[in-house]
Design a protein around this ligand. Structure first.
Ligand SMILES: *[C@@H]1O[C@H](CO)[C@@H](O)[C@H](O)[C@H]1NC(C)=O
Ligand SMILES: *[C@@H]1O[C@H](CO)[C@@H](O)[C@H](O)[C@H]1NC(C)=O
Ligand SMILES: *[C@@H]1O[C@H](CO)[C@@H](O)[C@H](O)[C@H]1NC(C)=O
Ligand SMILES: *[C@@H]1O[C@H](CO)[C@@H](O)[C@H](O)[C@H]1NC(C)=O
Ligand SMILES: *[C@@H]1O[C@H](CO)[C@@H](O)[C@H](O)[C@H]1NC(C)=O
Ligand SMILES: *[C@@H]1O[C@H](CO)[C@@H](O)[C@H](O)[C@H]1NC(C)=O
Ligand SMILES: *[C@@H]1O[C@H](CO)[C@@H](O)[C@H](O)[C@H]1NC(C)=O
Length: 416
């Protein structure tokens, strides 16, 4: 009796111990439309005969512990398979191998999956099951820092995490993009930057390598004080007297620069001269000479530009203008003087007779003394040469030289 009892207990425990189902993994995340492998193995008492193998999924309202069989995902009798899973499963169907492959998964497949074995003497559902979760695109990037307020400053430790809705598959390799350009070194699900710099500022996205997929971008908003502060000079021409000048203070800052200050150094004195992004000089003059620099400021701090030396040239145009004017003046004066001189020379002989009215009376006297030649009456064109009988030295006759006498003679030509 005692031996029988022990034998029975042994055989019972052996029979009980032989029922087993083991799943791998217990939880799995895959992308929509991909395939998933449920790795599974089972055991049962050796003297039993398998009647039915099945994979099932509890319905949403049912208990999720495998105690209630809901939808048949796989069944040794094909007719039992739910419409949802027809043609989408491949069952290993080997000795003690219950692995199942499920194709073209979608969000509706999310849930717990169990394997159940029924024999001629018993039945067993593997406890625990496998939880299937579906990663829904697009890929998203989340940023975490050690700080709580969320603002990222230079030097912070930053982690960018690539994720999808619901869950993120472990499968890789991942690809990272900064402003749409691939970062070749980054192939992990996480991108860690131990000390972030302003160069890391930009839009980040991620995805799977060699698998084009939609991706949302996130801005890594690294805050930093103004960098590369520099002055650009805008001018209408040369930096010379009378021209307008505009000095522009340019910089790279995040957030944008809120305050600008312009400084001029003159005789070792620094004075602030403006508070705008631009500093304008309407008409430059030598008094604008000096060294200039600007200071750009935002919430993170300030930075000064390098110094720019401004030297306003004396205007060449003005010099040319005054030189030309002077030249014209000199020419004009010379012309006037020259002209006066010529006039004097030209009018001197003519003025003489008019001036000396007594000469006219003289000629009148001479006319009276003309004697006509008799032949000249016929020919009209003939000139009549008159003999002049000039008074030898009358008192009212002008005192003149021989040339003047000639002039007097010509004026006495008479046309008939
Ligand atoms: C399902 O499988 C059967 C048999 O392999 C095949 O004839 C049928 O076209 C499949 N249906 C779909 C929707 O894939
Ligand atoms: C179980 O079957 C699957 C699919 O056929 C196979 O990949 C796997 O290697 C099998 N496992 C064992 C332990 O034989
Ligand atoms: C995969 O499933 C979706 C529905 O979830 C269906 O529209 C699509 O045609 C399926 N693709 C394949 C290759 O069967
Ligand atoms: C980042 O993306 C936003 C919106 O798409 C865009 O306005 C911005 O210019 C981008 N920044 C950079 C640095 O490319
Ligand atoms: C910066 O400019 C704002 C107005 O634009 C002014 O209220 C503020 O006082 C300025 N800050 C400094 C430090 O100059
Ligand atoms: C420079 O500053 C000193 C002290 O503030 C002042 O006495 C001097 O007049 C300044 N020079 C010029 C050229 O402004
Ligand atoms: C920029 O110049 C101003 C005026 O000289 C000075 O007060 C300030 O400390 C300078 N800032 C930096 C960052 O050098």
């Amino acid at each position: 009796m005692f031996f029988i009892s022990i034998l029975l207990q042994l055989s019972l425990s052996a029979a009980l111990a032989s029922w087993s189902v083991s799943y791998k993994p217990h939880s799995i995340c895959v992308f929509e439309r991909s395939s998933v492998d449920f790795t599974c193995s089972f055991d049962y008492p050796s003297f039993h005969t398998i009647k039915t193998t099945k994979w099932f999924r509890p319905r949403k309202h049912q208990k999720q512990d495998g105690s209630q069989q809901g939808i048949s995902v796989h069944h040794s009798e094909a007719a039992e398979i739910d419409q949802l899973y027809k043609n989408r499963t491949v069952y290993a169907n080997q000795e003690k191998n219950c692995s199942l492959q499920l194709h073209n998964v979608s969000k509706s497949d999310i849930g717990k999956y169990f394997f159940r074995l029924e024999t001629n003497f018993g039945k067993n559902t593997g406890s625990g099951g496998i939880y299937l979760n579906i990663a829904v695109l697009p890929f998203r990037v989340t940023v975490t820092t050690q700080k709580m307020n969320g603002r990222i400053h230079e030097g912070d430790h930053v982690t960018l995490r690539c994720s999808t809705e619901n869950c993120t598959p472990e499968q890789g390799p991942f690809a990272w993009f900064k402003n749409q350009l691939l970062l070749p070194q980054a192939t992990e699900k996480e991108l860690r930057i131990s000390s972030v710099s302003h160069n890391d500022f930009g839009n980040y996205s991620c995805g799977l390598k060699n698998s084009p997929s939609s991706a949302d971008e996130i801005l890594l908003d690294v805050r930093y004080r103004p960098k590369n502060v520099e002055i650009t000079i805008l001018t209408s021409g040369k930096i010379e007297q009378g021209n307008s000048l505009t000095l522009i203070c340019k910089s790279n800052a995040n957030p944008a620069v809120t305050n600008y200050t312009w400084f001029r150094i003159r005789d070792a004195n620094i004075s602030s001269i403006g508070f705008d992004c631009e500093f304008s000089i309407k008409a430059a003059s030598q008094k604008d000479d000096g060294q200039y620099f600007c200071m750009a400021k935002n919430d993170m701090g300030s930075q000064n530009s390098t110094i720019v030396a401004l030297k306003v040239e004396g205007s060449n145009r003005h010099f040319l203008l005054s030189a030309t004017a002077l030249l014209f003046f000199v020419i004009a004066v010379l012309l006037v003087l020259f002209g006066l001189n010529i006039r004097r020379k030209q009018f001197t002989p003519k003025k003489q007779p008019t001036k000396q009215t007594p000469a006219v009376t003289v000629t009148e006297e001479i006319y009276e003394n003309l004697r006509k030649s008799p032949e000249s009456e016929e020919s009209h064109t003939n000139l009549i040469y008159a003999d002049l009988n000039l008074p030898s030295s009358t008192s009212d006759r002008p005192h003149s030289n021989s040339q003047e006498a000639d002039a007097v003679v010509y004026s006495l030509l008479i046309y008939k």
